[in-house]
Ligand binder design. Structure first.
Ligand SMILES: [Zn+2]
Length: 120
């Protein structure tokens, strides 16, 4: 018996399953409801407490994909960064492609049109 398959992400060229009722997958879906803006905080700091499960899921999936050599992150919407390997991705993402390209010259690394929501 085939497993139940959900709808496919509406992002062009993406074949991932939609994430929990979203029209898009966990990488491409909007995450404006994953955090609360802390009132009266400088630079409108974000509180991500309520979506810790979703964030964990995002990074688990992201690592699986990344470790398989899939570095195309174009149009991804990144939530809060977790501590560890990808913690500095936000700051490093402009340099990172070159680092990766040196190691894997055939791979495509792209953060084109990616959105980083973490306050950093
Ligand atoms: Zn997608």
């Amino acid at each position: 018996m085939l497993p139940m398959s959900g709808n496919v992400c509406s992002h062009t060229g993406c074949e991932r399953e939609c994430f929990e009722g979203n029209p898009k997958c966990i990488f491409h879906c909007e995450k404006d409801d994953w955090f609360e803006t802390v009132k009266d905080s400088p630079q409108e700091k974000k509180d991500w407490t309520k979506s810790q499960n979703e964030i964990n899921k995002f990074w688990t999936e992201f690592k699986k994909r990344w470790n398989k050599g899939n570095y195309d992150c174009s149009h991804f919407v990144f939530p809060k960064f977790e501590k560890g390997v990808f913690q500095n991705l936000h700051q490093d993402y402009l340099k990172l492609p070159d680092v990766i390209k040196d190691k894997h010259s055939k791979e495509i690394v792209s953060f084109e049109n990616a959105i980083f929501l973490d306050d950093g």
